[in-house]
Design a protein around this ligand. Structure first.
Ligand code: MAN
Length: 348
């Protein structure tokens, strides 16, 4: 294993207790997987806030947004034979899947990239409508000219898909609806057009034939996506044998588009790796790290809401220095630095 990560000594940067729940009766279970961007000379995190309900013995409660956008609490006795609650993240009840938490997105900003606080001027983003009934998650933020594009996971009983919003000022948002239908997540739009087309990475999944692979798609307007191509597959026997998914927007380097991605094995242990795409033809993958570049090693990565997880979908780039912000153990927000050149030397 080749963990080349320089973690912030200040980690974890954000803990669930650092923010206030969005409504009475809810508690913040996790702060995780922030989208990251620069705006008004500050570094901003669009943090996923996962909220749940205080549990009582013998009963399981789980939240869902109702038609008016308010959180409704569903209650099931723990000994109900129709309940399967073996994964901290998902519940199956009467053959349908629910999440144990519902997520919304909150904006925090910082001058130094280490200490973040929530300005009173920016409203949180909540799931809206029946396709976001179980919340919105893991938002990637891509800036093209003066427009920020938000691609996030929209979760509901109809499935998990990719929603799009755009904004110029972080006050007013235009909704692009669901751009990639279920099952799909981990969508990151490139920060530049290539050959006059927008590109994105995304992760459709199939339970039967195929798997959890990273795909590429093109668009002329960021809303209608086509010419889908499968780029990166899971690798049997390696750390990314069960699923792979894109992180934030690829980074332009002289050698190609560098993408930091997450991979998980059958034990649901999440590490980070990287791959490189041709600058003019991103469908050509020209390198990939064999070993992970980041492995959960710290206490805050090994145990939490869902342990042994490092997951990133946001970063800032400063010359050779890549600063990623990441979710640790599906519970905390942390930061780490990498050298882009060093990552490039590990590609084969
Ligand atoms: C998986 C995990 C969860 C997430 C759901 C829905 O179970 O990534 O954290 O809430 O998918 O996206």
């Amino acid at each position: 294993m080749n963990d080349i990560t320089k973690r912030f000594p200040e980690n974890p940067l954000l803990l669930p207790k650092d923010l206030r729940p969005s409504a009475e009766g809810l508690q913040i279970i996790s702060l995780l997987n922030p989208g990251v961007f620069r705006f008004n000379k500050k570094i901003w995190l669009l943090v996923r806030v996962a909220e749940g309900v205080a549990q009582k013995e013998g009963v399981i409660f789980f939240p869902a947004l109702n038609a008016t956008g308010n959180t409704e609490i569903i209650e099931v006795p723990l000994n109900d034979p129709d309940l399967i609650a073996t994964d901290a993240r998902v519940i199956s009840y009467k053959g349908l899947d629910y999440l144990t938490t519902v997520s919304h997105l909150r904006l925090l900003c910082s001058d130094d990239g280490i200490h973040f606080s929530e300005p009173q001027t920016n409203a949180a983003l909540f799931g809206k409508g029946y396709l976001e009934r179980f919340g919105i998650e893991d938002c990637r933020v891509t800036q093209i000219d003066d427009i920020y594009y938000l691609t996030y996971t929209a979760v509901s009983d109809s499935g998990v898909g990719v929603g799009l919003k755009s904004t110029k000022d972080w006050q007013h948002f235009e909704s692009g609806g669901m751009i990639l239908p279920p099952h799909n997540k981990d969508c990151a739009i490139f920060e530049e057009k290539v050959n006059d087309k927008y590109y994105c990475l995304h992760r459709p999944s199939s339970k039967e034939i195929g798997g959890n692979y990273i795909w590429l798609a093109e668009s002329s307007d960021t809303r209608q996506w086509g010419n889908h191509q499968c780029l990166i597959k899971t690798r049997p026997g390696l750390w990314d044998s069960a699923r792979v998914g894109a992180g934030a927007a690829p980074i332009r380097t002289e050698q190609g588009w560098l993408e930091i991605y997450h991979g998980a094995n059958a034990e649901d242990q999440y590490c980070l790796g990287a791959f490189l795409m041709d600058l003019d033809a991103p469908s050509e993958v020209i390198g990939r790290t064999k070993d992970p570049i980041m492995v959960p090693t710290e206490a805050y990565e090994l145990s939490g809401f869902f342990g042994y997880v490092v997951f990133t979908n946001g970063h800032v780039v400063d010359g050779d220095r890549l600063t990623i912000y990441y979710g640790a153990a599906d519970e905390f927000v942390c930061g780490a630095h990498f050298s882009i050149q060093e990552i490039l030397t590990l590609l084969s």
